[in-house]
Design a binder for this molecule. Structure first.
Ligand SMILES: [Zn+2]
Ligand SMILES: [Zn+2]
Length: 310
């Protein structure tokens, strides 16, 4: 496993010598959008973004190596790569070994819940035992939109993964699509209505309404937004973004899916996460720097990024 080399400027260590000079003087490409900026001119290199949810193993038009190095050029300091089935979780762990700035979540998506059994739990546990950069369990949860696995299998797999998270004191990355009611009853139970501080979770790619968001916040959860908030028809979601406190928000791409509006038609990758941060800045009338710093700090604390290095 690669060892962390310093507190802050380790983003550059993966870059080869040939690239590093360019990085020093870099302009942010893609600057054809008008980012919200603070009244004082801020050096954009003084802050960075964390893509808290990406599937590098599912990229089709670029290699994970290219995606990671190109994301660094776009001020993405860390990427949490998410497992969605067992092979994906194994890959996720591999990437965390291979790339210094990539961390891993391991878990099984509700789509694949019907294949989840005791042996899956054992495999996930052996991954966790071997890699300290596995910082979360997920993604897991409910997907009643596509219902690719029966509801009872989804529930069984979800509860097993919640128990795994509690056992290893890891947070959960939760997928919730069209299942808000069932989700709430599980969350209320395991979080003891917000009183169990060992239960830590984020609802990724948040798609609920304001009411559901506040129920989740009350239970101590974080809320993560994707490029969906940039879509032209995302009016209700924009209102939710406006009301959720910035210190409870993460940004994520869910790459290779859900490219932000400005990049629709292209393959999404973690380098596009700044478009989501910028939309949040615009909605909340905050400087982009504040959104970048706050959401990055939220994610660093939640995933305990600075204490998991060996
Ligand atoms: Zn998901
Ligand atoms: Zn995902």
């Amino acid at each position: 496993m690669q060892v962390r080399t310093g507190n802050s400027n380790n983003a550059a260590v993966l870059l080869n010598a040939e690239n590093s000079e360019k990085i020093e003087n870099r302009e942010i490409p893609d600057s054809n959008i008008s980012f919200v900026s603070s009244s004082k001119a801020t050096d954009s290199r003084s802050y960075y973004f964390i893509d808290t949810h990406a599937h590098l193993d599912m990229l089709k038009q670029m290699t994970p190596d290219f995606a990671v190095s190109e994301s660094e050029r776009q001020q993405v300091k860390y990427i949490i790569n998410i497992g969605s089935d067992l092979p994906g979780s194994i890959k996720s762990s591999e990437y965390a070994f291979r790339f210094e700035n990539v961390f891993a979540a391991v878990g099984v998506h509700p789509h694949d819940a019907q294949d989840f059994d005791e042996s899956t739990i054992k495999e996930l546990e052996s991954l966790i035992a071997r890699n300290k950069k596995i910082v979360a369990i997920g993604e897991t949860g409910f997907d009643y939109f596509r219902n690719l696995s029966p509801k009872d299998s989804q529930k069984k797999a979800f509860i097993s993964q919640i128990e795994l998270a509690l056992k290893y004191r890891l947070p959960l990355v939760i997928h919730d699509r069209d299942a808000h009611e069932d989700m709430l009853s599980i969350l209320k139970h395991f979080s003891d209505n917000g009183n169990n501080k060992d239960f830590r979770a984020v609802i990724h790619c948040f798609s609920g309404d304001r009411r559901f968001a506040f129920d989740c916040l009350e239970m101590g959860l974080f809320i993560s937004f994707t490029g969906v908030i940039t879509f032209l028809n995302a009016k209700e979601l924009v209102n939710t973004v406006r009301e959720v406190p910035i210190d409870r928000i993460f940004v994520e791409t869910d790459a290779p899916f859900l490219a932000p509006q400005e990049k629709r038609g292209q393959e999404n990758y973690p380098g596009f996460v700044k478009y989501i941060a910028n939309k949040i800045a615009e909605i909340k009338q905050l400087p982009l720097e504040v959104v970048a710093r706050t959401t990055s700090k939220n994610a660093e604390d939640f995933f305990n990024l600075f204490n998991c290095w060996s």
